[in-house]
Each structure stands twice: as structure tokens, then as C-alpha cells.
Design a binder for this molecule. Structure first.
Ligand code: GLN
Ligand code: ZN
Length: 762
């Protein structure tokens, strides 16, 4: 009755690691203090899994920052600019790579597959000298062993490691990183030898890259890598684990054909075809299947009966004892422990399982598969599943009807965007190259205090409203002084662009400790969408009306779009994501129309996270883009031609999805541009026609640096070389909420000056 866990969150149930890291970085505590907290967290996790009865307990899934960065440290892939001179990679070098230091910026960070976790991108070139440079993986194995706990050390697999890397500065972009496999493998072999010496019986290599659409030579690399790794370590068994999507058939054949690999781990929650692949192709030899039936990416309690039948089915195909229940991926991507949720009622809690509860589910499934079913536990699970299926808190017939009514319809504004823009201009009367901002203005400590105090009833609702109104008035006045053309209210009433709406919509619930690591010490607390979504009343209209009353210039109404709300939440798993998205779209549509009725002529609907939801497998992308873009269009489909719809996106690498972006049919789109070498503009150079308004950010708001007027004017000139002047807007990259007024005021002054210089040149 073996059971396995792919990986576990490292932050701690109350973000203990976050606070320990941040106080260390601030110089308030020393390395020993940090090590002590880290050790306590690791031991607590191992102990918890051991007590629950897990057979294969992971180690080395702890990290002070990121597991890919740990792998770079392991193999000594430290870029020379950090001045590391060999030996064990210590905190200084490690955190310099992660966060930069006084002399050097940090290494690049990017999203880990389609999760909200971010990893530090390895920088590799032909002259990298891989050497074993961190004993962390061995130390953690030994640390657990000292407590009498046998663990499975987890390491990012060599092929995924190389595929996730980028060519170092100065190395040609065409350099094939897989060329480095031959020099990387000896270090991996050395690690295996060290682990074997320490007594390890299994090692888990995470190879999530296996689920991507890989060309044949990349698949060959897996073959080569595991042939080599398994060749001389007889005493240690290899588990290759992959997750986040269906595994493609070719990749599956390669994986099960790896002779020296004793077990494979697969994600059986995401995707549709992996199960049938296993049934068709089987599992040759005496390999084990670690079957990921407990969702590592979500917070829902497992439907144990259904998972058990999947497992039994697999066992029938593969043979008794060959199927080991597991999680679908590392539990890193879910919240830590439901025990600390003091504000959720018992019924709702019975529908949920965080990492700590998922461990128990996996063990219960393993026992049941072995004929030792805990009837009480399964009965409680069935009761919870049934109450979720029938609860009136979850199901709202009116919402369902409205959603089904959308079926087969194409929502689109009747008049084409070029005509609409002319209609809008008749009354907006904007200058050429109009200036605007993305929405938020700096969130001062004073503002945070006011929001906190109204929540804890320290100040009255009236006092709160007065404080927010005063702030809006300040921000409006500032923008008029700066001579910005289309104004914003500054979003002082919002802590977070999703939470603010989630709190006012039906079907959402919020946790107190449901944190998930996003990068380094940064965590997010996604809302949980548990039921049909509806809008009891208008959410932003009063604030927008008040803001517009203060100025003769157009004031943008400011909303978060349905796709972004969806992608930044834990989404219910009892209906397709597309349906939940349509429900949110209907609520936002009502809000848009109420804003219009309230006299707001420009409405921005942010879709910051539209690209994030793009499926990993190419075959699934078109379907996603189709419903996501449709959901956006639903929100705008009821407005007059004269109402100007803006949208905003925080990334620029959408050259591949540009047609979907155009298909959103917004009147104006503002997008990030300045951080990515103006990659975006290349689409237009390649001849994509974009008739709507477009505002590629003219300066990076993620940095405290204040660009001067000439620099921004230059940027605008570059854009004018590929875009018509009448479609171009001038704005920053993103919202200003994380910046200080000392930075924002001069930067926006320069931005408006730059726009004026260019207007004079035209
Ligand atoms: N309107 C939001 C703001 O300005 C947009 C934030 C975002 O794109 N992430 O803060
Ligand atoms: Zn943004």
C-alpha cells in the first residue's frame, strides 16, 4: 500500500519562510536564524507525511528561493558577473542571483509552465563548466534520515533544466542548449553517487518539459540522459515525474521505454488522454506507475470514490502492486493547511483540501487500493461531494439559464472599430497621441491604513468613504495639472484587482491563510470560486460617478475582465472553466452597462492575465483563446458605439496570439512594451494591421528609475515608424500602485512632455 507525494509547499502554514527570508534580507536576522526556521519547516513537513503514512516522502522540495535556481547552484551554473569563485554556492551568491546585489541585477525570472510560480532562468553558454557546487540535496536527505525518515530526493531533471534555460549574454540565440547535456550529465551522475552513499534508495527527477510539444531531437535527449544516469547506479532507483498536462503519445513511448528508469509519475488530473495512453500502450517491464490522481493545482477535496475506481482500473491494466497513488504535481501550487482557515464554515471546508489534507487523501487511496478502505473517511468524502453537488450555495438556476442562453451565440459590437472610434472622437475630442495611465496611482501607507481600519471597524464607513474621496480628488487634480487627457480615479479603494471584485460577487469565498508561492518570498492568496457567479449590485459605479463629477476630462471606469478574474482564482472543478468564465463575464457586462448609464464614456476592462491561461499543448490553445476572447466580448457587447472600451495587458509576448487580441475588439489596448526590447512592435513591422487604438507602454513602472523626456519621445518615434499616429496612445506600461509619488510625478511629467513634442513634430 505504497503512496507518493510529488512535492510540498515550502513557505509554511503561516508563511514562516517568507518572514524569515525577508528579515534576513533586511539584515534583522542572521544566516543561522534563517537556517533554523528552514530546518523546523522541513522537519515539520516530513514528520507530517511520515505520520500520515506516506511511503515515498519527497526531500529537496524545500527551497530558499526556487528549485530551478537550486539546480543551477547544484551544477555550479553561476553567471560570472556574480563573482563566484567556486566551492559551495552560499547565501551571498545564491541570493545575488535571485534578487540582484548592489552591483548586479538579478537573473531573469519567468513563469513555471502555466502556473503562477516563477523560476530563475538559468543562463548557459558553450563555456559553462558544470561542477557539483551544492550539497543541499544530500544534506536534506541526511537531515530527514537523522530523524528516522526515509525520503526520496527530488531534483529538476537534466533535460527540463536545459530546456528551461536561455543562452547566456553574448551567446547566439541559435545556440542549442541541449548540446550541454554531455557536460551536465557527469554532475548529475556524481549527485546520484553521493546520494547512494548517503543511503538513498530512490531519486525523483522532475521532467515537466515532457508534456510540451517536443521535437524528436528533444525526446532523444531524454533517452540519452536516462540511459546515462541509470547506467552505473544499481543501488538507487530512478523515478521520472512529469505533470501539468496530458503527456503526448510520442513522449509517453519514450518515457516508458527508458530502461534504467524504475518508475514514472504522471498527472492524471489535467488533460484527457493520458489514461487511455496507459491503457493502450501499457507499461513494459516491471516499472511502477505513480498515478497523480489528487490535484496539486487546486484546493478541492478529492472525489475519493471516483479516484479509487480510476486506480483500480489502472491496476487491472498494469497489474497488482504496480500503481502507486500520488498527487498530480507538486503541492507547491496549492494552499498549505485548511486547519488555519478560521473564517470558513464547516460545510465549505468539507469541500476543500489543501496540501496537508491532500497528503491524507493520497494515503487513504493507497490503503483502499490495497483492500484496507477506511469506510468512514470514504463516507465523509462522499457526503461532502454530494452536498457540493446539490447545495443551493453552489447552484443558482437563474445564472445557469443565462449562461446556457449564451450558447452558440457570437457576441460582437455591431459597428466596426474604425467607425466606432470616429463616433467616440466626436465627443471625446482627444488630441492626437492622447495620454493616459493604466489605473492605479501609488498606494500610500495612509491608504492601506484606512482600508485596514474600516475592515476592523476602527473607523466608520463614512470616515472611510471621505478618506477615499479625498484621495480620488487629489489624484484627479494631479492628473489635470500634469495635463493628462484621459483620467483615472487611481483605484485607492482596491487592495487587489481580483479580490476587490470577488468580494462583491456571489460565488466567491476568501481564505485567511490560503497563500501560494508566486516567486521568492512573494505569495498570492487567490480567491476561491465555489459557486455560480452573480452580481448582487453595482460594484464601481458610485466611485466612478464621483470621480467623473470632479473633472471635465473623460474619466475611465476601471474593471477587471472575466478571464483575469478566472485565471487568478482557484476555480471550481465541477464544470468547465469556460462556463465559469462566461458567468463572470455576465456580471462584468452588467457593471459595464451600469457605468455607461452612469455617464462614464470610457471603460477599461483589464485582461492582465489572459495569456497566462493559455494551455501548454498547442492543440488545446485555439479552444481556450476562442472562449476567453468570447467572454471578454460579452462584457462589451451591450454598449453604445460612442462608449470607448479599453483593455490592458501586462505582457508583450503575444506575437503568437495577436489575432486573438484583435478579435477582442476593444477600441483601445494598452500593453507592456518597455521591458521586452519592443518585441511587440515587430508584429506590426511584419504587417499585422491593427485598426484600433494602441498604447504600448513608454516606460517601465516596475523600476524606480525615472526616464527623461527624450528617452520617452524616442520610444514614441519608434512606435510611429510602425503604427499610424491616429491609433497611437501614450501611457506607462502598467498601473502605478507600487511606485512612490516622487517617482510618478516626474515620470508622468516627462511622458506628457514627450507626447507634446511628438504632436508638434507630426
Ligand atoms: N488597472 C490595474 C492597475 O492599474 C491594472 C494592473 C495590472 O495590469 N496588473 O493597477
Ligand atoms: Zn499591467
Amino acid at each position: 500500500m505504497a503512496s507518493h507525494i510529488v512535492g510540498y509547499p515550502r513557505m509554511g502554514p503561516k508563511r514562516e519562510l517568507k518572514f524569515a527570508l525577508e528579515s534576513f534580507w533586511d539584515g534583522k536576522t542572521n544566516a543561522a536564524d534563517l537556517e533554523k526556521t528552514a530546518k523546523e519547516l522541513r522537519l515539520a513537513i516530513w514528520k507530517q507525511m511520515a505520520d500520515a503514512g506516506v511511503t515515498y516522502i519527497p526531500s529537496n522540495t524545500f527551497s530558499f528561493y526556487d528549485q530551478v535556481l537550486d539546480t543551477s547552484a547544484l551544477v555550479g551554473a553561476v553567471p560570472s558577473r556574480y563573482g563566484w569563485s567556486g566551492g559551495e554556492v552560499g547565501f551571498d551568491t545564491y541570493f545575488s542571483m535571485a534578487r540582484g546585489n548592489a552591483k548586479q541585477p538579478a537573473m531573469e525570472m519567468t513563469k513555471w509552465f502555466d502556473t503562477n510560480y516563477h523560476y530563475i532562468v538559468p543562463e548557459l553558454g558553450p563555456d559553462v563548466k558544470f561542477t557539483l557546487s551544492s550539497r543541499k540535496v544530500v544534506r536534506e536527505y541526511e537531515e530527514a534520515k537523522e530523524q528516522g525518515i526515509e525520503t526520496v530526493p527530488v531534483i529538476v531533471g537534466p533535460v527540463s533544466y536545459l530546456l528551461l534555460a536561455k543562452p547566456a549574454k553574448g551567446v547566439s540565440k541559435g545556440f542549442d542548449l541541449l548540446n550541454l547535456l554531455d557536460s551536465l550529465l557527469p554532475v548529475y551522475r556524481q549527485v546520484l553517487t553521493e546520494l547512494e552513499k548517503a543511503g538513498a534508495k530512490w531519486v525523483q527527477f522532475d521532467e515537466p518539459a515532457l508534456v510540451l510539444d517536443l521535437e524528436a531531437h528533444k525526446l532523444d535527449a531524454f533517452q540519452k540522459a536516462y540511459q546515462s544516469l541509470g547506467a552505473n547506479s544499481t543501488g538507487i532507483k530512478l523515478l521520472v515525474e512529469t505533470y501539468f498536462a496530458d503527456i503526448p503519445a510520442e513522449a509517453y513511448r519514450v518515457l516508458v521505454g527508458l530502461e534504467n528508469v524504475a518508475a514514472i509519475g504522471l498527472d492524471l488530473v489535467r488533460g484527457f488522454s493520458t489514461l487511455s495512453l496507459i491503457r493502450e500502450v501499457g507499461l513494459p517491464g516491471d516499472k511502477l506507475l505513480f498515478a497523480g490522481v489528487v490535484d496539486g493545482r487546486n484546493i478541492w477535496a478529492n472525489d475519493l470514490t471516483s479516484s479509487l475506481s480510476t486506480l483500480e482500473d489502472l491496476e487491472k491494466t498494469l497489474g497488482k502492486g504496480k500503481v502507486i497513488p500520488s498527487t498530480s504535481c507538486s503541492l507547491l501550487h496549492t494552499a498549505v493547511d485548511l486547519k488555519n482557515e478560521t473564517k470558513l464554515d464547516a460545510e465549505l471546508k468539507s469541500w476543500l483540501a489543501f496540501a496537508a489534507q491532500k497528503v491524507v487523501e493520497v494515503v487513504a487511496l493507497a490503503n483502499a487500493l490495497d483492500g484496507k478502505k477506511n469506510e468512514d473517511f470514504f463516507a465523509a468524502s462522499a457526503t461532502a461531494q454530494a452536498s457540493r453537488r446539490s447545495s443551493s450555495r453552489v447552484h443558482n438556476e437563474a445564472v445557469k439559464k443565462a449562461t446556457y442562453a449564451l450558447h452558440g451565440l457570437d457576441h460582437r459590437r455591431a459597428v466596426p472599430v474604425v467607425v466606432r472610434l470616429d463616433e467616440q472622437q466626436k465627443h471625446l475630442k482627444l488630441p492626437i497621441l492622447p495620454t493616459t495611465t493604466i489605473g492605479s496611482f501609488p498606494q500610500t501607507p495612509e491608504l492601506r491604513r484606512v482600508r485596514r481600519e474600516v475592515k476592523s471597524n476602527k473607523i466608520t464607513e463614512e470616515e472611510y468613504v471621505e478618506a477615499i474621496k479625498a484621495e480620488i480628488a487629489r489624484v484627479v487634480k494631479l492628473q489635470e495639472e500634469l495635463d493628462i487627457d484621459v483620467l483615472v480615479h487611481g483605484e485607492p479603494e482596491r487592495n487587489d484587482m481580483v479580490e476587490y471584485f470577488g468580494e462583491q460577487l456571489q460565488g466567491f469565498v476568501f481564505t485567511v491563510n490560503g497563500w501560494v508561492q508566486s516567486y521568492g518570498s512573494r505569495c498570492v492568496k487567490p480567491p476561491i470560486i465555489y459557486g455560480d457567479v452573480s452580481r448582487p449590485k453595482a460594484m464601481t459605479v458610485e466611485w466612478s460617478k464621483y470621480s467623473q463629477s470632479l473633472t471635465a476630462r473623460p474619466m475611465k471606469g476601471m474593471l477587471t475582465g472575466p478571464v483575469t478574474i478566472l485565471n487568478w482564482s482557484f476555480v471550481r472543478n465541477d464544470q468547465p472553466r469556460s462556463i465559469t468564465c462566461l458567468q463572470i463575464a455576465l456580471s462584468i457586462k452588467d457593471e459595464v452597462e451600469d457605468l455607461e448609464a452612469g455617464g462614464i464614456q470610457v471603460i477599461q476592462i483589464d485582461e492582465a492575465a489572459l495569456r497566462e491561461g493559455l494551455p501548454l499543448r498547442k492543440a488545446e490553445q485555439a479552444h481556450y483563446l476562442d472562449w476567453a476572447v468570447h467572454a471578454f466580448r460579452i462584457t462589451t457587447s451591450g454598449v453604445k458605439d460612442t462608449t470607448q472600451i479599453h483593455t490592458h495587458m501586462c505582457y508583450s509576448n503575444f506575437n503568437d496570439i495577436i489575432h486573438s487580441i484583435i478579435n477582442m475588439d476593444a477600441d483601445v489596448i494598452t500593453i507592456e512594451n518597455s521591458r521586452s526590447d519592443e518585441k511587440l512592435l515587430s508584429v506590426f513591422k511584419e504587417g499585422v494591421t491593427y485598426a484600433a487604438g494602441i498604447g504600448p507602454g513608454v516606460y517601465d513602472i516596475h523600476s524606480p528609475r525615472i526616464p527623461d523626456t527624450e528617452e520617452m519621445a524616442d520610444r514614441i518615434r519608434k512606435m510611429l515608424a510602425v503604427l499610424e499616429s491616429k491609433v497611437l496612445w501614450v501611457n506607462p506600461d502598467c498601473g502605478l500602485k507600487t511606485r512612490k509619488y516622487q517617482e510618478v510625478v516626474p515620470a508622468l511629467t516627462h511622458m506628457v512632455e514627450a507626447a507634446k513634442i511628438l504632436r508638434a513634430e507630426l
